[in-house]
Design a protein around this ligand. Sequence first.
Ligand code: FES
Length: 128
Amino acid sequence: MAYSEKVIDHYENPRNVGSFDKNDPNVATGMVGAPACGDVMKLQLKVDEEGVIEDAKFKTYGCGSAIASSSLVTEWVKGKTLEEAASIKNTEIAEELALPPVKIHCSILAEDAIKAAIADYNSKHGKE
Ligand code: FES
C-alpha cells in the first residue's frame, strides 16, 4: 500500500516527538491504544493559565499513518484552546493525510488521544 506524500513527510520528519513531565499540573497526557493492531499513541499537551495549548509532544509506537496522524495533531493543537482542540475530527486528519480506508483507525487514534489528554487535564483540575 502506498503512503501519501504527507504521511511520508511526517513519518520521516515527525514534528514534536518527545514527552513532558506527566506530573506537571499544566501537562495533559492522553494514552490510547488500537485494539485492532496493538499500536499505542501518547499525546501530551502543555496548557497555559488561559487554557490555551502552548506546546504538544507525542510518542507513537505504531504504523506510519499513526505516527503521521499524531505528528500532524501536535501541529494543529498549538495555539488552540482545549475546547477548540476537542473539536478536531479524525475525518479532518484522514483527509489532510489522504489516508486510505484501512488506515482510518490510525486517525481515530489521534482524535482519541486528544480527547484522552483533555479528560486528563480536566480531572487534574477538578472538572468533569
Ligand atoms: Fe493501527 Fe495504524 S495500523 S494505528
